[in-house]
Design a protein around this ligand. Sequence first.
Ligand code: PGA
Length: 247
Amino acid sequence: MRRSLVVGNWKMNGSKAFVEQLVGGMVGVLSNAQVDIAVCPTYVHIPQTLTACAGSAISVGAQDCSHVSSGAYTGEVSAPMLRDLGCQWVILGHSERRQYHDEQNALVGAKLTAAVESGLLPILCVGETLEQREGGEAQAVVASQLEGSLRDQVSLAGLVVAYEPVWAIGTGLTASPEQAQEMHAFIRQSLENIPGLDAAATRLLYGGSVKGANAGELFSQADIDGALVGGAALDASEFLAIVNAAC
Ligand code: PGA
């Protein structure tokens, strides 16, 4: 039985006051959650978020990490640093990283190695563009993203995969529960070919315009184990509604 997981990806949003208000609106209510819950603020808001979430059901992650552990890499933040702060999770290969920072599968794979080695739980994002879906390439694109970053890993401990169709991110367009389930089943089947991974036990999240109103239907699908939430994670009551739908 896979335990549900709901992760908030705050992207490049927030301020000290906003974080205080957002986390403050969630911690008390979530003290007894039956699902795993995490939020991923910007790097600069991680210490404040860790303090605000201490003792609550909410754990904290980062939105990215470096592929190396230290050295002359100006502007980068490493996985051991994040672990040292108290982070448990790291999102890797988000489509915005792939699009705006030209991240390729091999680099995402190297980041995944660094994350696992330092004890962070990686959330690997995969997903096709609208053009790729319309061209009938969705499964091939997702398969190559999985293969390109998971093959040859020494350990995939705690791996979570998030399917986020690029055309559904921040657009208000959600994959239908059937479309999402079809891809999740395909991902689970593809993971069976990755050595060292227990595909049946691996949690698969859906991401792309998830909100309180559509979460229940998505979570009722056999291979959808939770959500990676962007916009709706910036609103305490929406995020709580998604968490409740996962309970
Ligand atoms: P969204 O973003 O929920 O705003 O569509 C999801 C994501 O990018 O993780």
